[in-house]
Ligand binder design. Structure first.
Ligand code: 1PR
Length: 581
């Protein structure tokens, strides 16, 4: 796809268009215009002195804790931008753009940061933009727009096209093709890095000099740009494990060693292997990782204790080292306890994110809540606290079921459900819906209003059909809605991904419920994470071969050390299923 034609493009070697007149892809005039303050900035003639301070532009729109943690992990101190002058005086500037394009541009324009950023970049000062921090450099974005960007690079940021069968958002570990001397990306050719986005900038003749790497997902989009000291990446180095840390290290210290790992052959989006930690407070008051059988987490002994399989932070750190592509924490008693009262859980997130540089998802208890003093907390506040504590994605269970039921009843999107509110502010890529269905056999598919499928193995009374009934409150209550209907409704309401559990298979080790996963992954265009039942490496290859799942999640086999994550990956790789190694 080519970028749309622009009036006055390329008038300046860095700033490519006049702010006055700009056409979007459909020929519309971009509705926002740069509101540069009248003062003219001059950039400090500083050189990168290799000092230990990194300037960070965090305009407060989301979770940049991971970027902070990664910078600190690499031994650098952070100076936060407070004024436009802080940008101009930076020795090196990192701009981890988060949130929506228009909101970010509004903040940059209103604070005078937009002009300072342009001046800083036009002067070729060391800069690293991340994700939205890359997109904002372009002329315009179609996200809720067209909306005008900083206009430093020719091109329009457009949405991925899901009609070609590619799931949107583009979430996961994908390969990048280095197209020129990229400096900071020198050692990542052939490795996977972590992307999470629905919009992307496309290569064109007008911007080809900027492009340092591309990524293929349906079409080739711009994965990174470089001009001199100015870099920006569409992926998240702070979430890309060792590959990402090495990119950040190279940006922060261009003299750091390049370690070219041998034998890596990333070529496309990898299937993800996710470790899941069901977390709750045990009877002694300690926060522990537990694991149930069909959601029953109590030991069947006289004491009837909550099964304790380890400490959350330690286990998450171990799974990161073992090669997990993502880690999920599910606060399984969140439905009855108020999560913001559960400070240890927030602390778990904070501590984990200091040393774990792959995406972290947290779920449990995300809903509106009124505490004992009558203070009302919106689900958005709950989610925001999780994001601030280090979560990259939040996962909604019970509340999404109620939202889907209401939506299917009225056909109206009220915009008020937790799902809609959180995805509007943080983007749908940050919102996972966790489904807890249970198989219900029926003789005749017309017995139920929900979608029933013909099953391979008949039910206990010879039933040839089954539907998947959604539950809430950790499987305790069945609801009159099927997993199929729920999945489609939450996609409409703004979910970016589905975590598909199965109560019948949970903890059984007999393999994923392939029929369920096929049903749901064929019904939606957002990524689906297959969960529940993994007992052997072959179960992972089966789910990826037989269904359109984008990721597979397991808990018990990892906690009990029966199957290491690395063995799962080696097996998948041998079966020609691409994974991040
Ligand atoms: O409803 O928004 O408060 O969210 C509660 C969350 O807690 C939901 O995501 C729900 O799935 C989860 N949950 C609630 N109760 C339990 C329980 O086990 N008693 N855990 C529970 C769900 C299921 C999986 C598990 C896989 C893989 N756990 O995440 O990790 O089944 O297990 P396996 O590999 O051992 O088979 P809300």
């Amino acid at each position: 796809m080519e970028a749309a034609p622009f009036v006055n493009a390329k008038a300046h070697p860095f700033r490519s268009s006049s702010p006055a007149l700009l056409l979007g892809r459909n020929g519309d005039i971009c509705r926002r215009s740069l509101k540069f303050k009248s003062r003219k900035f001059s950039v400090r003639a500083a050189v990168n002195d290799g000092g230990s301070v990194v300037t960070l532009l965090d305009y407060g729109a989301g979770n940049v804790r991971s970027v902070r943690n990664a910078i600190r992990f690499l031994g650098y101190d952070i100076k936060d931008v407070q004024t436009p002058e802080d940008i101009l005086n930076a020795n090196r500037l990192i701009f981890p753009g988060v949130g929506a394009f228009a909101a970010a541009m509004d903040v940059l324009n209103q604070t005078g940061m937009a002009e300072a950023l342009c001046t800083y970049i036009e002067n070729g000062r060391p800069f690293l933009g991340i994700c939205l921090g890359l997109q904002l450099l372009f002329e315009c974005s179609e996200e809720n727009g067209p909306v005008k960007g900083l206009g430093l690079i020719p091109g329009v940021v457009g949405r991925f096209d899901s009609s070609s069968g590619f799931r949107v958002p583009h979430i996961g570990w994908n390969a990048v093709q280095i197209t020129k001397d990229s400096g900071i990306l020198d050692d990542i050719g052939g490795r996977h890095v972590y992307f999470v986005h629905s919009y992307r900038a496309m290569p064109s003749n007008a911007n080809k000099d900027w492009i340092s790497s591309t990524c293929n997902y349906g079409d080739n989009f711009i994965a990174s740009i470089r001009r001199g000291n100015v870099h920006a990446v569409q992926f998240h180095p702070e979430k890309s494990g060792n590959a990402g840390l090495s990119i950040l290290r190279r940006f922060l210290d261009s003299k750091s060693d390049v370690t070219k790992p041998a034998g890596r052959k990333a070529s496309k989006l990898a299937k993800r292997v996710i470790a899941c930690l069901d977390v709750r407070t045990n009877d002694k008051g300690d926060l522990v990782v537990t694991k149930g059988d069909q959601y029953d987490v109590r030991e069947h002994t006289k004491e009837n204790e909550v099964r304790n399989l380890g400490k959350p932070v330690e286990l998450a750190g171990q799974y990161y080292k073992d090669g997990a592509d993502e880690i999920s924490f599910l606060n399984i008693t969140g439905f009855r306890d108020f999560p913001l009262g559960d400070l240890p859980m927030l602390q778990v997130l904070r501590n984990t994110s200091e040393n774990v540089f792959v995406p972290l998802t947290v779920g449990g208890g995300i809903r509106d809540f009124t505490d004992g003093n009558g203070r009302h907390y919106s689900s958005l506040e709950v989610a925001s606290e999780y994001f601030r504590s280090g979560a990259d994605k939040i996962s909604i269970g019970s509340d999404a079921v109620y939202a889907a039921e209401a939506y299917l009843k009225t056909g109206v999107k009220t915009g008020k459900s937790s799902l809609e509110q959180i995805s509007r502010v943080y983007g749908n890529q940050a919102v996972v819906v966790s489904i807890d269905p249970r198989r219900v056999y029926v003789k005749d598919p017309n017995e139920v209003e929900c979608k029933a499928i013909k099953v391979i193995i008949p039910g206990p009374n010879g039933e040839e059909y089954a539907w998947y009934q959604c539950t809430v409150n950790g499987g305790r209550e069945g609801r009159p809605i099927g997993a199929y209907e729920l999945a489609k409704a939450v996609e409409d309401l703004g979910a970016g991904e589905i975590l598909l559990n199965c109560i019948d298979r949970d903890g059984q080790g007999t393999g994923f419920d392939i029929e369920l996963i096929k049903l749901i992954s064929d019904a939606v265009t957002i990524p689906v994470i297959a969960s529940s039942g993994a007992g052997a490496v072959e179960h992972f290859s089966e789910v990826f071969t037989e269904t359109n799942a984008s990721a597979a999640l397991a808990a018990g086999i990892f906690h009990r050390k029966e199957v290491p994550i690395q063995s799962v990956k080696e097996h998948l790789s041998k079966e020609a299923i691409e994974v991040r190694m």
